[in-house]
Design a protein around this ligand. Structure first.
Ligand SMILES: CC(=O)SCCNC(=O)CCNC(=O)[C@H](O)C(C)(C)COP(=O)(O)OP(=O)(O)OC[C@H]1O[C@@H](n2cnc3c(N)ncnc32)[C@H](O)[C@@H]1OP(=O)(O)O
Ligand SMILES: O=CC(=O)O
Ligand SMILES: [Mg+2]
Length: 532
């Protein structure tokens, strides 16, 4: 590995490989911001992660989450978030995708109102992806990004989507960068580099630095981001309130603190998003030891089952009451090539999903693929007409209670096909992730870190729960899962037209370890990260 030859400020060590083009990202001044934010906030990040573990232990011991008594005044109070900048008023369709150069260009050109560049669920956070992703965004913000590949030239159109960026969640470190000898937060690293290089340029161009914030579990975690925003704005000479962020409500605990999260970020808020896939994963994770909890096959846990419906409606009601955008999540379906009949079914499912969100009152929603933008746009336009959003639509009829949020149905069916599906997807996704691709089409669905977590955690839960019983009354066991893993690995290999890399053997091993271990690993990506 070549040594970093950059002039780097004292206190920071870069352990990642050096490539000449990285120099434009890892400048001394940008790294100084990483140091400043890390020194100011790393202890609090660790404290909050400690609080997550302590809370998880209490839930394991039987505590049920509820709305917080100490913040009742915030929920009852009559406040609204600060006005939303013009560039973020209209968000009917948001396309998301990893920060790969070609996909960045395609996403900006897709016709969506917003493009969320993803350093998180859709991305393997290897060193090259992280730094190259920053380079791609620097070039895109300045509209100089181009690419020539496979005989095709890529460049930005005149009219492009507004950029939002999703840095990594609080649980992830950036292991290639140490500040005072300790790994920095992945989220702070991604955020600081993006802010340093692009905030002023974005403002010059009529937009601003806008973010999506993932996987938070409490309003105190949102407060940490808010404090980071305040310090960064001061450091970079930006007016306070310039940064705007949409928080993904994608953990069951955050669902009890939606008002509080908006309140913490009220000067910097751009609403909430119903991050449905991580939300399902979070429910399984938090209640995995509850003898009464057990969800049916992954495919049965849709947006219309009781706990998901309650969560979606509460998010909508909460946002609009506070003058904030309520953003719908991702329908994981993608266009199906070479099978028009199946494709029509998939497109219709996306249409129904977006129609439901739009009619409910959502202001927009996510798509995973450019081929879905027009379809989703049509559904939102049918409801919104010429309006940029429908924030004025108040859902006072919604009366979601704690019990509604915790009404985990359906419990059946759990099928052998569903179990095998989870194993198959888990191995395939892990293999791809290890090879550097954090978002893949599997069985005609978009699979990313959040969807794969559902597969992995369901297998663990079905083994460990007395309710983990197949329709034909066979109990799901370690031995059953162990026997299926090589069979599903063989199918994954067969399904890959050009074969698979050795990573897939490793992936099968890791999947086996994680799904059969006595202790549940907090996140799939934590042990995986140590492998890359
Ligand atoms: C739970 C959550 O967090 S959801 C958010 C995270 N997930 C995502 O962001 C999903 C992103 N989507 C993707 O990565 C891809 O769409 C996949 C992996 C699901 C499917 O990828 P593929 O099978 O390669 O798609 P396909 O071959 O149909 O792509 C056709 C074209 O669309 C482009 N494309 C596909 N998806 C995207 C996207 N999300 N953004 C930009 N371009 C895209 C491809 O680059 C390709 O471009 P080209 O014709 O210029 O070569
Ligand atoms: O990030 C989105 C999700 O659904 O998870
Ligand atoms: Mg997510």
């Amino acid at each position: 590995m070549a040594e970093i030859t950059l002039d780097i400020p004292a206190g920071i060590e870069i352990e990642g490989e050096f490539k000449e083009e990285y120099e434009q990202v890892l400048t001394p001044a940008a790294l100084a911001l990483v140091i400043k934010l890390s020194r100011a906030f790393e202890a609090r990040r660790q404290e909050l992660l400690g609080m997550r573990s302590a809370r998880a232990k209490r839930i394991d011991a039987g505590e049920r989450p509820d709305f917080l008594p100490e913040t009742a005044h915030i929920r009852a109070g009559d406040w609204r978030i600060a006005p939303i900048p013009a560039a973020l008023e209209c968000r009917r369709v948001e396309i998301t995708g990893p920060v790969d150069r070609k996909m960045v260009i395609n996403a900006f050109n897709s016709g969506a109102d917003i493009y969320m560049a993803d350093f998180e669920d859709a991305n393997t956070p290897n060193w090259d992806n992280q730094i190259r992703g920053q380079i791609n965004l620097i070039d895109a913000v300045r509209k100089t990004i181009t690419l020539d590949t496979n005989g095709k030239h890529y460049q930005l159109n005149n009219k492009i989507a507004t950029l939002m960026v999703r840095p990594r969640g609080w649980h992830l470190d950036e292991k290639h960068v140490l500040v005072d000898g300790k790994r920095v937060s992945g989220g702070i690293f991604d955020f600081a580099l993006f802010m340093f290089h692009n905030a002023h340029e974005l403002l010059k161009r009529g937009a601003g630095p806008y973010f999506y914030l993932p996987k938070m579990e409490s309003h105190l975690e949102a407060r940490l981001w808010n404090d980071i925003f305040i310090m960064t704005q001061k450091e970079l000479g930006l007016p306070q309130g310039t940064i705007k962020a949409t928080v993904l409500i994608e953990t069951i605990l955050a669902a009890f603190e939606m008002d509080e999260i908006l309140y913490e970020l009220r000067e910097h808020s751009a609403g909430l998003n119903a991050g449905r896939w991580d939300y399902i994963f979070s429910c399984i994770k938090k209640f995995r030891l509850d003898k009464d909890f057990c969800l049916a096959d992954r495919a049965k846990v849709t947006m219309t089952v009781p706990f998901m419906r309650s969560y979606a409606l509460l998010l909508l009601k909460t946002c609009h009451r506070r003058g904030a955008h309520a953003m719908g999540g991702m329908a994981a379906l993608i266009p199906i090539k070479n099978d028009p009949a199946k494709n029509e079914i998939a497109m219709n499912a996306v249409r129904i999903d977006k129609e439901r969100d739009a009619v409910d009152g959502y202001d927009g929603g996510w798509v995973a693929h450019p081929g879905l933008v027009e379809l989703a746009m049509t559904e939102f336009k049918k409801v919104l007409g010429d309006k940029a959003n429908q924030i004025e639509k108040q859902r006072i009829d919604v009366t979601t209670t704690a019990d509604d949020l915790l009404n985990f149905q359906p419990e059946t069916p759990i099928t052998e096909a569903g179990l095998r599906y989870n194993i198959n997807v888990g191995i395939h996704y892990l293999g791809s992730w290890l090879d550097g691709n954090g978002c893949v089409p599997i069985h005609n669905l978009m699979e990313d870190a959040a969807t794969a977590e559902i597969s992995r955690s369901q297998v663990w839960q079905w083994i460990h729960s007395s309710k983990g019983v197949l329709e034909d009354d066979r109990k799901i066991t370690v031995a059953m899962v162990r026997a299926m893993i090589p069979e599903e690995l063989a199918k994954v290999k067969q399904q890959a037209p050009n074969g698979v890399s050795p990573s897939y053997e490793r992936a099968a091993k890791i999947f086996e370890e994680m799904s059969t271990a006595e202790t549940f690993a907090e996140f799939l990506t934590l042990p995986l990260y140590e492998e890359i």
